[in-house]
Ligand binder design. Structure first.
Ligand SMILES: [Zn+2]
Length: 320
């Protein structure tokens, strides 16, 4: 939110299943009842952001990340929280949720998405769905050994999604695989092909008989970390409206702490005694607020860079 405020632009904040459990507290049992910590943590995150966003003066889209079939109790818990919040406030707690049934066969993936979208649409909640698989490893899900063909979607798959979900509402987006992976790997190990999305867009446009300048599909870019500016630009041109940048923000968060430690090493070995004198206190160096703030500052700069790459700078003054 600090990064978004600095560039006068809206931002999407999302919580993953594992991130939500972490937000709740790692010691809370998340198995019985199923996903209770992830549900409570996601709700707490959403309430916290709602409480604080107004101080930054920017719109925030609240979203939840990948939810595979085995995590559906988490999704159900968040939807129940949305319904409760909607009852009281006339709007849902979250703006948007992701369902990721990309490991299931397409028919099951799409039909499950349709039935959830019907429930969500009553509260005008957006659905992000995944088809084709994002490679790599993230949040405890390891797709590193996946069949390479599954990392690239076919236009027929996108058309099937567009037809089925579009019959319910236009409020959905497609995380269509185009060789993207979670995490950052050595150059050459990832063959990103954002051009696939433009092909999908053309195919769907033709099916719909849409105008040449229309982009009927709304795409999402997973595994944005480590991507070239050129690939990002191609993806945005093909209709990508959201990019996830997790690994690079994790890295920059750590970088801030690492650099602070290196710069202040002599002040961080004991509670009392540093290069300025053996009786000097070190509290102002080891206070977590000091070094966590350094992490926030380096992460904020990386988020600003991601927003620049995506064309999300000074967006609030451009709004029509
Ligand atoms: Zn993802």
């Amino acid at each position: 939110m600090e990064a978004a405020a600095a560039i006068n632009s809206p931002i999407i904040l999302q919580v993953s299943n594992g991130g939500a459990a972490f937000f709740a507290g790692k010691s809370i049992n998340n198995k019985e009842p199923k996903e209770q910590a992830s549900i409570a943590g996601a709700v707490a995150m959403a309430l916290h952001v709602r409480q604080m966003a107004k101080f930054y003066g920017i719109p925030v889209v609240l979203h939840s990340d990948h939810c595979a079939k085995k995590l559906l109790p988490w999704f159900d818990g968040m939807l129940a929280a949305n319904e409760e919040y909607f009852e009281k406030n006339g709007e849902p707690l979250f703006s948007s949720h992701m369902l990721d049934l990309s490991e299931e066969v397409d028919e099951e993936n799409i039909s499950t998405c349709v039935s959830y979208l019907e429930r969500m649409n009553k509260m005008k909640i957006w659905l992000e769905m995944e088809i084709g698989i994002t490679g790599g490893e993230e949040d405890g899900v390891d797709n590193t050994g996946m069949d390479q063909n599954k990392l690239y979607t076919q236009p027929e798959q996108i058309w099937a999604v567009q037809q089925a979900l579009g019959a319910v509402t236009p409020n959905f987006s497609i995380a269509a695989a185009f060789g993207n992976v979670h995490g950052v790997y050595k150059p050459g190990n990832v063959k990103l092909n954002p051009g696939i999305l433009a092909t999908h867009q053309e195919y769907v446009k033709e099916k719909l008989g849409a105008d040449a300048d229309e982009r009927p599909c709304i795409f999402v870019f997973h595994g944005g970390s480590g991507s070239s500016e050129e690939d990002i630009a191609t993806a945005v041109k093909a209709g990508v409206v959201k990019m996830n940048v997790d690994t690079d923000t994790q890295w920059t968060y750590w970088e801030g702490i690492r650099d602070f430690y290196k710069a202040k090493e002599g002040y961080l070995q004991t509670q009392i005694g540093n290069p300025d004198g053996e009786d000097k206190p070190n509290k102002k160096f080891y206070d977590p607020r000091v070094w966590i703030r350094k992490a926030e500052e380096t992460m904020r700069e990386r988020i600003k860079k991601a927003c620049e790459d995506l064309g999300n700078v000074d967006t609030l003054s451009k709004e029509v």
